[in-house]
Write a protein that binds this ligand. Structure first.
Ligand SMILES: [Zn+2]
Length: 328
C-alpha cells in the first residue's frame, strides 16, 4: 500500500517490481487511478548517486563535454512567449547548456545543481557567479532571505527525480513573481520503446534515478494540482535518427560494452569515451580510429535505414520528452 505523492489517493497494490543494478534495491511501482501519476517505492532520493558518476550522463557534465541543447530545450525556445524576458532560474542546470542559450536570448541567468563539478563548468561557460551548488530547499531559503524572485523558473528532467514533488513545486511557485512562468520537461512514459528496449537495456528511467513516471495527462494534473494555470503539455516527436540504437538492440542485443571499448581505444580514455557520442570523438581525439568509428556508425545506419520505415507512423507524439509550461 502507498499514498500517491501528488494527490494523496491510497493505492493498495503495486503493478511491477524492479531491482536496480546500481544499489540492488527492489522497487515497487504504484499507479494512481485519480491523477494518473506512477511512482516507485521506496520513494527516497539517494543524493550520493549524483556525484559518484554512477550514471554516464553526468560524466559528460563534469568534463564540460555536452555540446548541444536537447529537443526538450528546443521546445522551450519554440513555445515560450517570445516577449518574455527577465530573471530566469534553471533548477538542475547541470553544465549550463540550456542557460547558455537562454543568456543568448536575453535572460538574466541563474542556476542551481546538486553537483559541484557541473556548477563550476556552468559558471565558467556563462561567465556569471549566479550558479550555485545547492538543492532547491537550500536555494529557497537563500532566495527568501535576499528577497529574490524570478520571472521564469525552468526544470528540465528534474521533476521525475523528486520524492516530494508537491513540496518541490510549492517552493518553485513561491520563488516566482506574480504571473511568473514555469517550463521544463520530463520523460514520457508512453514513448516509443519504453516497454521493450528501454525496459530491457536502459536503466536511466528507473529508480533510484527516476521515481515518478508521467503521461501527458498525469503531468497536467500534477502541475494544476500544484496551483499553476494555463498549463500546456506538449508531447515531443520521436526522431527518425534516434531509431538506430533501438533497432540495433532489438536485432543484436546489447553491444554497448564493445562500443565503449572501441571508443575508449579512439579517445585513449574509456571514462570519457562513455560520455562522448561518436560524432564528437574527433573533437577530443585526432586519431584515425575516431574517423573509422564514424564510418562504422554511418554504415550501421545505412544498413538499418530500411527498417526505420516501419516506425515512421509511430514517431508523432511518442518522443522521449513531455515538454510543459504554465503560469503562476
Ligand atoms: Zn494521484
Amino acid at each position: 500500500m502507498s499514498d500517491c505523492p501528488v494527490c494523496g489517493t491510497v493505492v493498495e497494490a503495486h503493478t511491477e517490481t524492479y531491482v536496480s543494478p546500481y544499489n540492488k534495491q527492489e522497487y515497487k511501482k504504484y499507479e494512481c487511478p485519480t491523477c494518473d501519476v506512477h511512482w516507485w517505492e521506496p520513494l527516497k532520493i539517494i543524493p550520493e548517486f549524483y556525484e559518484d558518476e554512477v550514471f554516464e550522463g553526468y560524466i559528460g557534465f563534469h568534463e564540460g563535454m555536452r555540446l548541444r541543447i536537447g529537443k526538450n530545450h528546443e521546445a522551450f525556445f519554440k513555445n515560450f512567449p517570445g516577449n518574455l524576458k527577465g530573471r530566469l532560474l534553471d533548477v538542475g542546470c547541470g553544465d549550463g547548456v540550456f542557460l547558455k542559450e537562454a543568456q543568448r536570448h536575453g535572460f538574466e541567468v541563474w542556476g542551481i545543481d546538486f553537483d559541484k563539478k557541473s556548477v563550476e563548468v556552468a559558471k565558467r561557460s556563462l561567465g556569471v557567479e549566479t550558479v550555485y551548488a545547492m538543492s532547491l530547499e537550500e536555494f529557497y531559503r537563500f532566495a527568501k532571505e535576499k528577497g529574490l524572485k524570478f520571472d521564469v523558473i525552468t526544470f528540465f528532467e528534474v521533476l521525475e527525480h523528486q520524492d516530494s514533488p508537491m513540496e518541490f513545486l510549492r517552493m518553485v511557485k513561491e520563488l516566482l513573481k506574480d504571473s511568473g512562468y514555469i517550463a521544463g520537461s520530463v520523460p514520457n512514459r508512453e514513448r516509443l520503446f519504453a516497454k521493450t528496449v528501454d525496459w530491457k537495456y536502459f536503466h536511466w528511467d528507473y529508480p533510484p534515478h527516476h521515481f515518478l513516471r508521467f503521461s501527458d495527462m498525469a503531468l497536467k494534473n500534477t502541475l494544476e494540482k500544484a496551483g499553476f494555470n494555463n498549463v500546456e503539455v506538449i508531447k515531443t516527436d520521436f526522431l527518425r535518427r534516434e531509431l538506430y540504437p533501438y533497432i540495433e538492440k532489438k536485432l543484436f542485443g546489447n553491444l554497448d560494452r564493445l562500443k565503449v571499448w572501441l571508443k575508449g581505444k579512439a579517445v585513449g580514455n574509456e571514462h570519457l569515451a562513455r560520455a562522448v557520442a561518436v560524432e564528437d570523438l574527433e573533437r577530443v581525439s585526432n586519431s584515425k580510429s575516431a574517423y573509422a568509428l564514424k564510418i562504422l556508425k554511418k554504415t550501421r545506419n545505412l544498413l538499418l535505414f530500411p527498417l526505420t520505415i516501419f516506425y515512421l507512423p509511430k514517431l508523432k507524439g511518442n518522443g522521449i520528452n513531455l515538454y510543459f509550461q504554465g503560469v503562476r
